[in-house]
Design a protein around this ligand. Structure first.
Ligand SMILES: Cc1ncc(COP(=O)(O)O)c(C=O)c1O
Length: 355
């Protein structure tokens, strides 16, 4: 598709929220990006329109069989006033992988990037300016063919919506408590775990709710077959530091290939640290804790960037990590990535794209 993007502007603009009152995902900007797909035409009619409801036939495939995919990335207003996207190409790459896994025709990567850049450019006044705040970007594809048979749909709609979001840590980075999940599983090899698709989140809700009820922020998933190897946490990838080795589970199809994970790995390799992408069992983590070599545990993800884990609960035992305090490497990674996102530090890998 090589069509120009048609723009229809909203006749009235919404009032912008105050930075200090921002939460997550409740407020949406004035416009959204849309494109349609039909088997015989491919992707067509890329356009920006006023933000609003989209029409769906009650028989639309997505409502019945969850044929859908999405991604999540952010735009930041730097200390220099410039608006930067963080690694949008990497997110677009993942959109292609998620689409393929869900039998959804992928968008042309050039168009996907353009849709994000042009929409954020039009809505740049919505990018909040306090450090920690950002504009969350949610590109999504859903199957909208009205057909109740089980097969990949023949028509889809792509949309991008934007939401200004508050600082994840308004009072500074804080360690979280995580419960290791023993009863439910999120994904198995060969399943959907590596794709960013709603079904994975639906599968995770019950465990998350039970964990919250017990006073934990989220669960740490174990592999779905042996319930032995650690996979990922809620909406974050997981990294553990045992002695001087940093271990994170490999991308074997059960966990999301996180962009923050990739960024953290790149930085740690550059810093000359010993980093391993390998399976690690929860028993090895428990053993390391008993020996006193479990130095740090943290999650990586677009929402929090880096989230220190202060406590892991497994089989009724509570492991307090680093005295429940933020570890030095956790803090170093957070500062390095946030520094690049807000234009406070050099960006040697060209991770940011200025809008
Ligand atoms: C299940 C899951 N794992 C990991 C991540 C972290 O990925 P990223 O760093 O690309 O945000 C996310 C969040 O996007 C997620 O939803």
């Amino acid at each position: 598709m090589n069509e120009a993007i048609r723009i229809t502007r909203a006749s009235a603009l919404k009032p912008k929220p105050v930075d200090s009152e921002l939460g997550f995902g409740q407020i949406f900007t004035d416009h959204m990006f849309l494109a349609d797909f039909q088997d015989e035409k491919g992707w067509y009619d890329p356009r920006i329109e006023p933000y609003g409801p989209i029409e769906l036939d009650p028989a639309a495939a997505v409502l019945h069989y969850a044929q859908a995919m999405f991604d999540g990335l952010k735009a930041f207003r730097g200390v220099d006033g410039k608006v930067r996207l963080f690694r949008p190409q990497k997110h677009v790459e993942r959109m292609t992988l998620s689409a393929r896994r869900m039998c959804i025709p992928p968008l042309d990567p050039g168009l996907a990037l353009q849709s994000i850049v042009e929409l954020v450019a039009l809505e740049r006044d919505w990018v909040p300016s306090t450090v920690g705040t950002s504009l969350y970007i949610r590109p999504t594809i859903i199957a909208n063919e009205a057909f109740l048979g089980v097969r990949p749909a023949k028509s889809y709609v792509y949309f991008v919506i934007l939401s200004p979001v508050g600082a994840y840590y308004p009072e500074g980075m804080a360690p979280v408590k995580i419960r290791v999940e023993e009863r439910y599983v999120r994904a198995v090899e060969g399943g959907l775990g590596g794709a960013k698709t709603g079904a994975n989140y639906a599968a995770s809700l019950m465990a998350g709710e039970e964990a919250k009820h017990e006073g934990y922020t989220q669960v740490l998933w174990l592999d779905g077959v042996h319930r032995k190897y650690i996979d990922e946490v809620g909406t974050m990838n997981i990294m553990v530091r045992i002695g001087e080795e940093i271990v994170t589970p490999p991308l074997a199809g059960t966990i999301l290939p996180g962009v923050t994970r990739d960024s953290a790995l790149t930085l740690m390799h550059r810093w000359g640290l010993r980093v391993s992408e390998r399976q690690i069992s929860i028993d090895d983590v428990v053993r390391a804790h008993k020996r006193g070599t479990l130095k740090e545990v943290w999650g990586t993800g677009t929402a929090a960037v880096i989230s220190p884990v202060g406590e892991l609960a497994y089989r009724g035992e509570r492991m307090v990590i680093n005295g429940g305090k933020i570890g030095s490497l956790t803090q170093r990674l957070y500062d390095a990535i946030v520094g690049i996102q807000y234009g406070q530090a050099p960006d040697p890998d060209g991770w940011t794209v200025e809008v």
